[in-house]
Structure formats: structure tokens, C-alpha cells
Design a protein around this ligand. Structure first.
Ligand code: ASP
Ligand code: MG
Length: 422
């Protein structure tokens, strides 16, 4: 059994949907297919959630746009307008409208998950119906009935024991060879929708691979595999044939946008190989991500890897009386960070300063600074870049930091990192 994951870009139009269905048709194995919301629809539903929550009057327009987008694709895919799918789409949109007629609760993250999950449902409904319409029998599954989480909305944690039981029961291949389901969304034990964090459908696919002991997971992307630098911003990036799980976890942590950071762990635990392949060039081999013990090497070919994170802010925190930032102070600072769900990209301390480099997220950072300011002295520099080079050499460092003002640098045997301003 194989698990496939198709992201939003792979299903952004009727042609794109036809293309992934061609890919699926090339495989005769049993398949579990995880498909994301179409194109940029998660962003559109995000706007809808914001608009609903803040009672904006653009809400009807936003829904109309979202609705038109799905109807345009469906009209192209299904010539026969009488097919059942049109009733299903209508029902989904009438449910969305019903939902937003209510008064929102006071919990934005909760409302967000309830609304954004519709994007995954409508996408998979359309794609499932299309695969069936061309004669390939596919069973559509609402993953929220099987993938169970706690109730931390927008960052829900998986209940592995319960999910394992339910997922094994649901995906038993007794009456179909192909299952189609959603990524990113799940539900708590009361069947209230939750989500696993943006771009979480890679993680969903890894969870299904783990629980169902898949032979392999293939994540289909619009690039040929994993490169040593972002192909959109680097000239002549090098494509890897092989990298280890360990390398992939580090890359995701340092900010490479190849896969959701949580994806690798479940695969590593069962040594399930992960392939990143291109839905544009499905015949190409892509990148295989596997264990070091099997690959006998870390990466192939052996070249430095560059990861650049923009929009960074470097925040320096010191005690108001210039005393040392000791462990007691650090506990407080970490508690604030955790409260505002801020992830540290890099940190460094001296006797009187504790510095962190984090994504400059407008919805979190000002709140954190405000809070920290009450007890500490807080200074910051924004508009910075965090550059990470794995497997660095002199040439690689020179190429990345020449003419840049360096705020912090950190070096280990495998990795060098710089916080810089251009
Ligand atoms: N559709 C969701 C998002 O765009 C989840 C995913 O694609 O992984 O974040
Ligand atoms: Mg998506």
C-alpha cells in the first residue's frame, strides 16, 4: 500500500486535477490519497474566518469568490451538470452560510478551524467525484471521524492510540483499492473540527503512512524534489537524489520549505521511505528520504545546503536593573514565548542579555514585546535575515554573507548560522 499526498498547487485548476488523476492511474497498488485544499483556498478561507470573527461586511463577497472558484473547476470537470457532486457542493456552501449566520464565539482559533476545514472537504469531494466519474472506484473518507486530536485549535496534537484504532478500521481496503481523504484537518473526541497547523497535510499523510504501515509515502510537489537551496531564489540549485530523515528534519527546522517539520518523525519510526516527486514530471525519480543505516550516507550529492528565512526580528532581553539574566528570568521569558506560541529560530545569551531570533509575526510579536517590557528591558532589530548553511565551507559562507551586516553568528561542525541585514 502506498500513501500519496497532493498539495494545493497540484489541484489548482481542472487541468491540474486531470493531471493528478493521470498520475494516480499509473499505479496499480492499493492507495491512500491525501489531497489538500485547491490552489490558495486555505488562504481564502482564512480571510473568511477573519471576516466572520470581526463582523466585516465583505464576508458575502469572500464566500462568493470561494464558491465561484470551486464551481468553475467543477463545471470544467463534469460535463453532466446533473451529477450528484453539484448537490454536494451546494450543501457544503449552504452549511458554510449557515455557520457564519451565527454569532462567532470568543475563540478565534476555534472559529478558524471550523471554517477553514470546509476548504479541505469541498476539495476532496470534487476530486473524489471526478476520479469516480472516469471509472476508477475511489472511496471518500472524512478523516475527522478517524484522526483524533486534543482541542488546541490550529495546533492540535494527535491522539495516537485512538487514531490508530479508528484509522485501521476505516482504511481496511475491504471494499476499495483507493481511498481519498483530507490532510491538515482532524477532530477532537466530540467531533469538533481541529487543524494540525498550516501546511499540515504532509504530516497527515505521514500519520496515515505510519498507522497503516505503508510501503512508501510520495509527496507530489511542483518541484522535482529537495534542492540544496530554494529554486525560486537561487541560481543553479542542486537536486538531491538522497537525504536522510535526520537531514530532512534539520532542514525543515531551519526553515527549508520542503515539508512540514512534523512529517518525518512518524516515517522514521517505521523506516517508511519518503519520496518527494514532481507532479509536473512524474517520471523523474525525485528525492528519496530514508534512514542513514540504509543509505549509508547523509546526502547525495554532497554539497552545502542554504536556507534563508526572511522577516526575522532579533529581540534582546535584559533585566531592568542590569543584573544577570539568570535561569529564573529565563523561565519567565520562555513562559511568555510559549503563551504567545512563538517559536525560537535561534537564541544566544550573555551575562546580561538573552537574544532570540524569531519570525516577525504581527499577530504575536507586539503582544510578546508588550508583555516582556513590563518586567524586562527589551530591544529589537527587525527586517533581518536568518541564514543557515549546512555542510558549509569557506566559499559557501563567503557567497552568503559578503557585504552583509552580521548581528549574530553560530557555528557547529555541520552548521553555520547568521542573523544579518542586507
Ligand atoms: N491546505 C492547508 C494549507 O494550505 C494544509 C496543507 O496544504 O498542507 O495550509
Ligand atoms: Mg494547502
Amino acid at each position: 500500500m502506498l500513501v500519496f499526498k497532493f498539495g494545493g498547487a497540484s489541484v489548482k485548476s481542472a487541468d491540474a486535477v486531470r493531471n493528478i488523476v493521470n498520475i494516480i492511474s499509473d499505479y496499480n497498488e492499493q492507495l491512500v490519497i491525501v489531497v489538500s485544499a485547491m490552489g490558495k483556498m486555505t488562504n481564502a478561507f482564512e480571510k473568511l474566518a477573519q471576516s466572520f470573527f470581526s463582523n466585516n461586511d465583505d464576508i458575502d463577497n469572500i464566500i462568493k469568490k470561494i464558491e465561484n472558484f470551486h464551481y468553475t473547476i467543477s463545471n470544467e470537470l463534469f460535463e453532466n451538470k446533473n451529477v450528484l457532486i453539484f448537490d454536494e457542493i451546494e450543501l457544503i456552501f449552504s452549511n458554510i452560510r449557515k455557520y457564519i449566520k451565527k454569532e462567532p464565539s470568543l475563540n478565534y482559533n476555534f472559529e478558524y478551524d471550523q471554517i477553514v476545514s470546509f476548504a479541505e472537504i469541498v476539495s476532496t469531494k470534487i476530486i473524489g467525484a471526478y476520479i469516480n466519474s472516469i471509472g476508477k472506484k475511489t472511496k471518500w473518507i472524512d478523516i475527522r471521524k478517524s484522526l483524533k486530536t486534543n482541542s488546541i485549535y490550529r495546533e492540535a496534537k494527535v491522539d495516537w492510540n485512538l487514531s490508530e484504532k479508528l484509522i485501521k478500521n476505516t482504511f481496511d481496503f475491504s471494499d476499495t483499492n483507493i481511498y481519498l481523504t483530507q490532510g491538515f484537518i482532524a477532530a477532537n473526541i466530540n467531533n469538533i473540527s481541529t487543524t494540525l497547523g498550516r501546511e499540515g497535510s504532509d504530516y497527515s499523510a505521514a500519520i496515515l503512512s505510519y498507522i497503516l504501515s505503508a510501503e512508501k509515502l510520495i509527496i507530489w510537489k511542483d518541484v522535482d524534489g529537495v534542492f540544496n537551496a530554494d529554486p525560486q531564489n537561487f541560481e543553479n540549485p542542486v537536486l538531491f537524489n538522497l537525504i536522510t530523515y535526520h537531514e530532512a528534519i534539520e532542514l525543515a527546522f531551519f526553515g527549508a520549505k520542503i515539508i512540514h517539520p512534523k512529517t518525518i518523525k512518524p516515517l522514521q519510526n517505521k523506516e517508511t521511505p519518503l519520496y518527494i516527486k514532481s507532479f509536473k514530471n512524474p517520471k523523474k525519480k525525485g528525492t528519496k528520504i530514508y534512514s542513514f543505516s540504509k543509505l549509508k550516507k547523509g546526502i547525495s550529492p554532497n554539497v552545502p545546503i542554504y536556507i534563508v528565512k526572511n522577516k526575522q526580528i532579533l529581540i534582546s532581553i535584559s533585566a531592568k536593573d542590569f543584573s544577570f539574566v539568570d535561569e529564573k528570568n529565563l523561565i519567565k521569558i520562555f513562559a511568555f514565548l510559549s503563551k504567545f506560541r512563538i517559536k525560537i529560530n535561534l537564541m544566544q545569551n550573555s551575562a546580561i542579555n538573552f537574544s532570540i531570533c524569531v519570525d516577525n509575526d504581527n499577530s504575536k510579536i507586539p503582544l510578546f514585546i508588550d508583555k516582556a517590557n513590563k518586567e524586562f528591558k527589551v530591544r529589537y532589530n527587525d527586517n533581518l535575515q536568518l541564514i543557515t548553511i549546512r555542510h558549509y565551507n569557506k566559499k559557501a559562507i563567503k557567497k552568503m554573507i559578503e557585504n552583509k551586516q552580521i548581528f549574530i553568528q553560530q557555528k557547529s561542525r555541520s552548521t553555520v548560522r547568521f542573523v544579518v541585514r542586507n
